[in-house]
Design a binder for this molecule. Structure first.
Ligand code: SAM
Ligand code: SF4
Ligand code: FES
Length: 344
């Protein structure tokens, strides 16, 4: 297989087969060419502006037990918290003052807010003229519909892996088919839908990562977040090797080649593995960053994995820090909401 030719075709036609993706993931010789092609596609389709989304980690309480995640319900080593509705809205107000046009409300998957509370929070934040992204896990179609009616614009729900057996081993008690159902419902209800995968789960193959990329294309996802799995000592996967930065970057770059007009974040996990990880990602296909706007000790308590960046920083510091990194690349922080501009 001529891998250079494959990159060229992906750059111009945005199509690759599973075998072709796998071959590109396997070879280390083409990495720089792959990143450069993804950067050109990013520039051509979504431009030089970088969209910032202010991330509010509003509760670390979780009823699920994903083997990889520090928030899993069996982890007794973390102190649990739940921010009051007024505090969440106040953080959104501050995010607006820092110049964010979108807030991402993220939490563990638990019923510690009623639907009425959640919809009320969304309505209050929408009244501030902010776009609202939710990342609060699996819900029924009716619940998603209520969140949409309240004004939520986007929803992030990573499929984590399209390998059903691996998914169900990693997420005991959860069903891959239900997660797929959630993504379908979210699409049908008119959310901008974000998904994504973890790279480097124990037992995951390059072929299954190729399936993940093709799944995102089939789903016609509006956003895709790709991040390395980082082992956490307080979880059953403490023994695992974890994901590699380079492989995560390659998966992300291939997503840009195949879904040219979508939003792709330079993920926090990438920078947690490598000091300039988000900058490298922004130069390899990414066009979004999600700086943390959670305040104080809650950042530390939202302990998904060790080495998470920004845990000791303030929202103000992160805003200045990320802006200077983006401008250092000759790029610009966008001042619009950053919805996907879909190409036909
Ligand atoms: N509870 C919601 C859910 O699972 O969709 C949202 C919050 S969850 C903490 C957000 C994402 O964190 C997950 O989709 C997962 O990919 C990522 N994550 C969890 N543990 C991780 C780890 N050890 N390394 C890297 N990413 C991790
Ligand atoms: Fe809970 Fe999400 Fe972590 Fe799974 S990934 S344990 S659902 S917070
Ligand atoms: Fe938080 Fe740089 S973005 S310290």
């Amino acid at each position: 297989m001529d891998l250079e030719l494959l990159i060229d075709r992906a750059e111009h036609e945005h199509v690759l087969t599973k075998d072709e993706i796998t071959a590109l993931l396997k070879s280390k010789a083409i990495n720089e060419d792959l990143y450069a092609a993804a950067d050109r596609v990013r520039c051509r389709y979504v431009g030089d502006e970088v969209h910032l989304r202010g991330l509010i980690e509003f509760s670390n309480i979780c009823g699920q037990n994903c083997l990889y995640c520090g928030l899993r319900r069996d982890n007794t080593k973390i102190e649990r918290y739940r921010l009051a509705a007024e505090v969440i809205v106040e953080l959104a107000m501050k995010a607006k003052e820092y110049g964010y046009r979108t807030v991402v409300l993220q939490s563990g998957e638990a019923k510690c807010y009623t639907m009425d509370e959640m919809t009320d929070i969304i309505r209050k934040i929408k009244a501030l003229d902010l776009a609202v992204t939710l990342s609060i896990g699996e819900k029924s179609r009716e619940e998603y519909a209520a969140l949409k009616t309240a004004g939520a614009d986007r929803y992030l729900l990573r499929i984590e892996t399209t390998d059903k057996a691996l998914y169900q081993a990693m997420d005991p008690g959860m069903s891959w088919d239900n997660r797929r159902r959630c993504l379908r419902d979210l699409k049908e209800l008119g959310f901008e839908v974000g998904s994504g995968c973890l790279v480097g789960l124990p037992g995951q193959t390059l072929e299954s990562l190729a399936d993940d990329i093709l799944f995102f294309k089939e789903l016609d996802a509006d956003m895709i977040g790709v991040g390395p799995f980082i082992p956490n000592n307080d979880t059953p996967l403490s023994y695992a090797a974890g994901g590699e930065f380079e492989l995560s970057l390659k998966v992300m770059a291939l997503v840009r080649l195949l879904l040219p007009d979508i939003n792709i974040p330079a993920t926090t996990a990438m920078e947690s593995l490598r000091e300039d990880g988000r900058i490298v990602a922004l130069k390899s296909g990414a066009n979004v960053v999600m700086p943390n706007v959670t305040e104080g000790d809650y950042r530390r308590l939202y302990a998904l994995y060790p080495g998470k960046i920004c845990v000791n920083d303030t929202p103000g510091h992160c805003r200045v820090c990320i802006t200077s990194k983006i401008e250092g690349l000759g790029r610009k922080v966008s001042s619009d909401y950053g919805f996907r501009q879909k190409c036909k």
